[in-house]
Design a protein around this ligand. Structure first.
Ligand code: SF4
Ligand code: SF4
Length: 125
């Protein structure tokens, strides 16, 4: 009960995360781990050559059709230097994937992906 209450309180807490480090360009782990699936209707900007249509409304980034696949739009070496080669046209799910949550804690999904690639899971502030 207490744990649940703590969780609820935490989810309402807003912390200034503007000064926290964003190490994504030397990471890229989440682009080589998760299925990157999105709604086509809200993502007309994503180049069609980079996606696979999987249903009437959904598409997935090529390379991420299977779990732990590498997005074909990811350039570079994970954990060293990485870059999304369609950065300005990437799907909304990528754009909204945060390193830091609103309560100031690191996104557990970010930790999971970094861990999988043998990177230090927690980002030092
Ligand atoms: S796993 Fe985290 S730090 Fe790495 S690229 Fe994704 S959001 Fe950025
Ligand atoms: S589209 Fe870009 S940001 Fe999204 S998973 Fe692929 S490389 Fe990463």
């Amino acid at each position: 009960m207490l744990t649940k209450l703590k969780y609820i309180l935490k989810s309402f807490k807003n912390v200034d995360i503007s000064n926290k480090p964003i190490p994504c360009m030397s990471c890229g782990a989440c682009c080589y781990y998760f299925k990157v699936q999105f709604d086509k209707k809200y993502n007309p900007q994503v180049p069609w050559q980079k996606i696979k249509v999987i249903s009437h409304s959904e598409a997935i980034m090529l390379g991420t059709e299977e779990d732990k696949g590498r997005c074909k739009s990811l350039d570079g070496v994970v954990g060293e230097n990485c870059r999304c080669n369609i950065y300005n046209s990437r799907p909304d799910v990528c754009e909204s994937f945060p390193v830091w949550l609103r309560d100031g804690s690191q996104n557990p999904k970010c930790i999971e992906a970094r861990k999988h690639h043998g990177l230090k899971p927690e980002i030092l502030e």
